[in-house]
Design a binder for this molecule. Structure first.
Ligand code: ADP
Ligand code: MG
Length: 348
């Protein structure tokens, strides 16, 4: 990556974390990591942005883990850190990176996703996890049901903050903030885009004299992605071109974005008829079904995923080298997130 600077040891991280990174063959911090980690370690609240794929997850997980291993807990029972992510898929990805980072250590972690069994989660919470990764709605439910208290919370982290607000989680964020309202709390807010009026007012509400880190323009073009426009005459022609593209182009895996759930299903059936291995994903599906499809696709069980914008944010799908906007997104910003799903930007 061209945007790498410094070394992890220079950033002041605990040696156990450095060792863990070494095991994961992660050697050089990305720019967002190099800039955010020292500020977070110094105890500042942070509002940080950089494009998708630039390593924001470790930019908050590393200073969080440093604080957890270096300092004593404020409370024995309450979680020390909560990480909120807007969708179940994103929360799962954060959790996976957290699990890798905590492997072999003492830190207990839990994942609370909407749509999954509440009582199982309440049971997991009774084991007093140190870190909870959650979608905001479900975390708020646990607070309301008193299966969780946040009086001892030391770190509140919001990933894809703008997206959480877009999805209407402002009320839940306020509730979570109030449940963990004390002067020792540190709050970190991350997003691909922060040029969002609602994000500013949420930051005013949640953060104390935050430091700002913004790497590149939020909507900066992905320069190393080749973009093409293909014109077509009508829907039949468009579908024929799609089949042609997927049959004749070289790619590892592809994602096709459509406007509606009905389109994902129709196109997926169409492609399967042409013997293109393909799965459909949409926001209306059950949690279990979405999990199953995302797991299968990320393991390479299908070559093509047809989806609505539900999959366009932050997901880290390493094999995707082709993104097709079958329907254009409604917002320009969404386009950047969609095409950011390709991995040609990463040297892998
Ligand atoms: P973002 O949240 O900014 O979209 P992620 O945190 O999901 O990006 O990181 C994208 C990918 O880059 C992940 O697979 C992650 O493991 C990898 N990654 C993150 N930081 C580094 C690093 N310093 N060196 C190598 N790979 C990294
Ligand atoms: Mg991310």
């Amino acid at each position: 990556m061209s945007e790498q600077t410094d070394n992890f040891p220079d950033l002041g991280l605990d040696h156990r974390l450095l060792q863990n990174l070494e095991h994961q063959a992660i050697t050089t911090p990305t720019e967002i990591q190099a800039q955010s980690i020292p500020l977070a370690l110094a105890g500042h609240d942070l509002i940080a942005s950089s494009k998708t794929g630039s390593g924001k997850t470790l930019a908050f997980l590393l200073p969080m883990m440093h604080r957890l291993v270096k300092t004593r807990a404020l409370s024995k029972r309450d979680p020390r850190a909560v990480i909120l992510a807007p969708t179940r898929e994103l929360a799962k990805q954060v959790f996976t990176q957290l699990r890798a980072l905590t492997s072999g250590g003492q830190t207990k972690i839990a994942l609370l996703l909407g749509g999954e069994n509440f009582n199982d989660q309440a049971k997991a919470l009774r084991k007093d996890p140190h870190v909870v990764v959650a979608t905001p709605g479900r975390l708020a439910n646990h607070l309301e049901e008193r299966s969780l208290q946040l009086n001892g919370l030391e770190l509140l982290i919001m990933d894809e903050a703008d997206r959480m607000l877009d999805l209407g989680f402002a009320e839940q964020l306020t509730l979570i903030n109030q449940a963990a309202d004390h002067r020792l709390r540190q709050t970190l807010m991350f997003s691909a885009t922060l040029d969002h009026a609602e994000v500013d007012s949420m930051a005013d509400q949640l953060l104390k004299s935050p430091k700002r880190v913004a790497i590149g323009a939020a909507n900066a073009e992905h320069k190393d992605i080749t973009q093409e426009v293909i014109l077509c005459d009508h829907l039949d022609h468009k579908e024929a071109l799609l089949q042609n593209l997927l049959t004749n182009r070289e790619y590892q895996q592809a994602i096709i974005f459509t406007a509606t759930r009905t389109d994902t299903e129709r196109l997926s059936a169409l492609l399967q008829k042409e013997n293109i291995s393909c799965a459909a994903l949409s926001g209306e599906m059950s949690q279990a079904e979405r999990n199953r499809i995302m797991d299968g696709f990320s393991r390479g069980h299908q070559q093509v995923l047809v989806t609505t914008d539900v999959a366009s944010r932050g997901l880290d799908l390493l094999q995707v080298s082709l993104v097709i906007n079958f329907d254009m997104p409604k917002q320009a910003e969404e386009y950047v997130h969609r095409i950011g799903r390709t991995t040609c930007r990463r040297q892998r």
